[in-house]
Every structure is written in structure tokens, then in C-alpha cells.
Design a protein around this ligand. Sequence first.
Ligand code: FMN
Length: 165
Amino acid sequence: MPLDTRKFRDVMGTFTTGVTIITTLENKMPHGITANSFTSVSLSPPLVMFCLGKSSTNFDAFMNADCFAVNILTAEQDKLSTHFATFEGDRFDGLNWITWETGAPILKNVISAIDCRLEATHDAGDHVIIVGLVVRAEVQNQSSPLLYFKGAYEKLAPSSGVLKD
Ligand SMILES: Cc1cc2nc3c(=O)[nH]c(=O)nc-3n(C[C@H](O)[C@H](O)[C@H](O)COP(=O)(O)O)c2cc1C
């Protein structure tokens, strides 16, 4: 029996993730989307991946570009996440960003950033799996991460401070 889409979404929503903004530069114009399908793939060589929906208005930009950057969001950046998921104008207007090796935008005040050259793309249903070779990766600060669980933003509960063996 085919799996009901609602049920599939509900089950996948129980897998808690961090939240990233993945950016690229196409024809000198910055593009970016919020994504939680990001994961690491290989240590040697260092590879990461994310899944990009084919219906995204940023689809062509990512497919035409030869690079992308992953910006890992802090617990305070839920509004920035919503902005990069929904805003229909220039998402970078008024934002502070720099570039490292590839030219893909690195956002200010994110926990970590990962600069990648495009390594491969793999067709996958209504998404494309985009694999990147990491050319630079830096932890930027010690903030808590933004989490995504059951379709909503969450934060880590304060640690008890008691370390178990
Ligand atoms: C928490 C969260 C995670 C998301 N993860 C992804 C993802 O992994 N891949 C993806 O293509 N879209 C993802 N989206 C949707 C995109 O951010 C965006 O809404 C979608 O690409 C449509 O907007 P666009 O046409 O401007 O790209 C996510 C949205 C949210 C709020």
C-alpha cells in the first residue's frame, strides 16, 4: 500500500534536526534557502549534502552555480530561518555577509559555516541531492543551535551540568 504523504511527513517530523541556510552565488547574485536536510557524507574527502526541492524558485541558481555554503543557525535565528523559507524578494537585503573561498555567502553570527565546491548532483524524486566538497569550515561561536521537530522550532533544554561517565 502506498504510504500516505501526511503520515510520511508526520513520521519524518519526529526526527529532530538542526536548521541551516544554504546559499549560493549565481551570476554574482546571492541566493539562499532554509534547509534541514543537510548532513555530512564523507570524512576523506570531506563531503556534505543536502536535498533541494525541484519546485524551489532557487532551483536553477543552485544547479547553475559551482558552489554552495551551509550556515548553521543559532537558537536566536528562527526569524532568519522563516525569512529564507518564505520571503519572496531579495532575501539578502540588509543582511551582513562575506565570502570565503568559493564566493557563496557566509552569514554573520551563525554557529558554523561550511564553504563547498559542487561535487555531484543526484536525481531523487521531487528533490535533487546536492553533494559538496568542503573547502573551508569554521565554528564561529558557542551559541546553542536552532532545532526543528514536528514542524516547529525548538531549543535545547538547559543542561543539568552533570556529566555522566
Ligand atoms: C525548517 C525548514 C527546513 C527546510 N528544509 C528544506 C530542505 O532541506 N530542502 C528544500 O528544498 N527546502 C527546504 N525547506 C523549504 C525552503 O526553505 C523553501 O521554503 C522552499 O525552497 C521554497 O522557497 P523558494 O522557492 O524561495 O526556494 C525548508 C523549510 C524550513 C522552514
